[in-house]
Ligand binder design. Structure first.
Ligand SMILES: [Mg+2]
Ligand SMILES: [Zn+2]
Length: 422
């Protein structure tokens, strides 16, 4: 199936564009031009949706024509009046009533599918906005996402609209944003966030150094111990001989602040691309802020790590003031593991570091590939990524239809290979 490039917002008319004049909780169509009142915010919403690249197409049931309570001419006159005042691209009318059993009366999708043919519209990338269940069901039947404008009518409510709002204007940001998220094909090249690899295995680090997507490295004593490294300094110097030109963090391992300072100065002396990694507190829960200030004054580039709270972010950013270049490493994944959303923490850290200058935020301990894109969206500077997530970079932007088919084939092949019979 050829994919169409155009996208539309389908607009129900009465109750979305113009006042539906409810009587005892039931909406009505305006009978004539002097009853036609465009609802507040509709001109602004239409302008913003047009600017975002949507066609604006009215799809309206007008059963009063079949019921002989209105003429086609009077309905056309009202529609023309709306087109004169709003940037509408087209209007599709169903003049029938239920007994006509037509294909266009909503909840049937005929008006939307006719419009899609005439305008070459991608229905999957389009939205249906309406104030009644018939609108939402027509949109769902056409494969659109749906917006229910809830006026509290005394009637059945639609099931599972994607958004529920009180006006077209209120729905407009959701339409524009969710459109961008679904349509965008993410790419690794399009990322502004820098990917750092977390690890301590030499062969693996050198392999990643050959990957231009990996812009830096972090290590920690836990990973180094797991990798069986006995001589810390020899390991670090060996790695730095091979990786002299990308940021790399080595962590102090003392618990005493004077000794940490000595270790940090030594680590910093190993090369211009080296960052001394300092935990936000020692193991007695004493703040490292004073040590951080001393090291900043001595010109040491730091990576302050194990940050998990909002006060810690503020304290560390304040202590780092005056640094040429340091990292504030917030453990988003560990925050998420407690059931808390890490995004507000990360946004706070990005704002504070940008305001202070000289500092970059590291999204540490990511849990899934999506975290790279979440970090990128909020302007986070760096994300440390584990080898299993780096392997998944190959699926970024993969076509979802193709991916679905791969999944179906995998199930089929495994079922066949197992020789299952039913
Ligand atoms: Mg309506
Ligand atoms: Zn019809």
């Amino acid at each position: 199936m050829p994919s169409s490039s155009r996208r539309a917002v389908f607009l129900d008319r009465d109750g979305v564009i113009n006042d539906s004049m409810p009587v005892n909780g039931s909406p009505h169509s305006p009978a004539s031009l002097d009853e036609l009142r465009i609802l507040p915010g509709v001109p602004e919403a239409c302008a913003r949706l047009k600017q975002a690249g949507f066609l604006l197409i009215v799809v309206t049931n007008q059963p009063d024509i079949a019921r002989r309570k209105a003429t086609k001419a009077s309905v056309d006159a009202l529609n023309q009046a709306l087109r004169d005042q709003l940037p509408l691209d087209d209007v599709f009318v169903c003049p029938h009533d239920d007994p006509d059993n037509c294909g266009c009366r909503k909840p049937k999708p005929g008006l939307l599918t006719d419009a899609a043919k005439r305008w070459d519209i991608d229905l999957d990338a389009s939205f249906m906005v309406g104030d009644r269940w018939r609108d939402v069901e027509a949109g769902q039947a056409a494969g659109c996402r749906t917006v229910f404008v809830d006026h509290g009518y005394n009637e059945r409510r639609p099931v599972n609209p994607d958004f529920t709002t009180h006006s077209l204007l209120e729905a407009t940001p959701s339409i524009i944003e969710s459109h961008a998220k679904v349509i965008m094909t993410p790419t690794v090249q399009g990322l502004k966030i820098k990917i750092f690899a977390d690890g301590a295995d030499k062969a693996r680090m050198l392999e990643l150094y050959g990957n231009p997507a990996v812009k830096g490295f972090t290590t920690n004593p836990t990973l180094m111990r797991q990798a069986g490294i006995a001589d810390y300094e020899a390991f670090a110097k060996d790695i730095l001989a091979h990786i002299p030109d990308r940021p790399i963090s080595f962590e102090v391992f003392s618990d005493d602040f004077d000794d940490m300072e000595r270790q940090a100065l030594k680590i910093a002396s190993w090369g211009p691309n080296v960052f001394a990694k300092i935990p936000v507190t020692n193991s007695k829960s004493e703040s490292s802020a004073a040590l951080i200030r001393r090291l900043v004054q001595k010109g040491v580039q730091l990576n302050v790590t194990a940050i998990l709270t909002a006060p810690q972010i503020d304290e560390v950013v304040d202590a780092l003031k005056g640094t040429r270049h340091s990292y504030v490493s917030v453990f988003a994944g560990r925050i998420a593991d407690t059931g808390r959303d890490p995004l507000p923490f990360m946004i706070q850290a990005v704002k504070a570091c940008n305001a202070a200058g000289g500092m970059e935020v590291i999204w540490a301990s990511p849990r899934e590939l999506l975290n790279i894109f979440q970090g990128d969206e909020i302007g986070c500077h760096v994300i440390t990524v584990t080898p299993d997530i780096i392997k998944k970079l190959g699926t970024v932007g993969k076509d979802l239809n193709g991916y679905s088919l791969d999944t179906v084939k995998m199930f089929y092949n495994d079922g066949a290979a197992a020789g299952y019979r039913l």
